[in-house]
Design a protein around this ligand. Structure first.
Ligand code: ADP
Length: 296
């Protein structure tokens, strides 16, 4: 093979070259062509499953949409996708359009998930890291996202390969929101999630404490089912922003099962959640200001 100067545009073998560096270059160009039209990119992560990470991701997307932003949701949980169900579009299938893969429309939100490629929601995907990475790359490079203000990326729980794939492909990520519940076991895992983000040099927008107490529907007293305040303490210890707490709300799960985000209703959780969204937007702005200042 001829010596490669990696300047594909001026190369005589452009179009026929099989050098893997050329392929990587083409991939990176495809991702940046799509993602250059997306103003803000936010990942939502958690140290363990079941803490409400996907619920936070879809409610963040709906809340931003209600504020007038153009929003997309990318489900980066390749082997355990759940955002399609939470957004009421679980039965939809992927289709090809003139500009690439068409995202599924959920009442104005653009959604992409492996759930749209599965024959039924009970199917299991057993994929190794490189295959998951390829799927994530395709979500970023081959989907017709169009112009978006926000892309919300729902990561799988834990510290697996997927966040690294996203981070490697998106240099201008605004950051990651880490969701936890107040029990010690969840907090231990959320510390790992914070440390993972730090090691990847991803800005940490902050920690959200979900399922933080239950407001008694009869007397209004807060019942500390899993205690409260652990997320705030963890944020202080780790030196990252605390974005707020969302109570346990009996309306959240049935609404999610019906594909409705709780911020679409006047729920107890919605009131607290809107304050969390305000804090996230402030943090995003701060990250952008810092980035601009370092580039100056
Ligand atoms: P994860 O993405 O972390 O695995 P999910 O978002 O799927 O978690 O949430 C797990 C379950 O908990 C879902 O049934 C969801 O509706 C419910 N849930 C999440 N947050 C709350 C809350 N604040 N109050 C009550 N139920 C909640």
């Amino acid at each position: 093979m001829e010596e490669c100067d990696a300047n594909c545009e001026s190369c005589a073998t452009k179009g026929t070259c099989t050098d893997p560096r050329n392929e990587m270059d083409a991939m990176a160009r495809a991702v940046s062509a799509r993602m250059g039209r997306v103003k803000h990119k936010i990942m939502v992560a958690s140290g363990k499953g079941g803490v409400g990470k996907s619920t936070v991701a879809v409610n963040l997307a709906r809340s931003l949409q209600a504020r007038g932003y153009r929003v997309g949701v990318m489900d980066a949980d390749i082997t355990g996708p759940s955002t399609a169900k939470l957004l009421g579009v679980e039965g939809e299938r992927l289709s090809a359009g003139p500009g690439g893969i068409e995202p599924v429309d959920s009442k104005g939100l653009k959604v992409i998930s492996m759930a749209f490629a599965l024959s039924d929601s009970g199917s299991a995907i057993v994929w190794r890291g490189p295959m998951k990475m390829a799927a994530i790359r395709q979500f970023l490079s081959d989907v017709s996202w169009g112009d978006l203000d926000y892309l919300i990326i729902d990561l799988p729980p834990g510290t697996s390969d997927e966040p690294l794939s996203v981070v490697n492909l998106l240099a201008d990520l605004n950051g990651v929101v880490i969701v936890t519940t107040p029990q010690e076991v969840a907090l231990l895992d959320s510390r790992k999630a914070v440390n993972m983000a730090k090691s990847m040099k991803v800005p940490i927008l902050g920690i959200v404490e979900n399922m933080s107490g239950l407001v008694c529907p009869h007397c209004g007293e807060v019942i500390e089912i899993f205690k409260i305040g652990g997320g705030k303490r963890a944020a202080q210890e780790l030196g990252v922003p605390f974005l707020g707490a969302i109570p346990i709300d009996p309306e959240v799960a049935p609404l999610g099962d019906d594909g409705v985000a709780f911020v679409e209703r006047r729920t107890a959780a919605a009131e607290s959640f809107e304050k969390v969204v305000e804090r996230i937007l402030e943090e995003v702005e701060e990250v952008e200001e810092t980035r601009k200042a370092t580039l100056r």
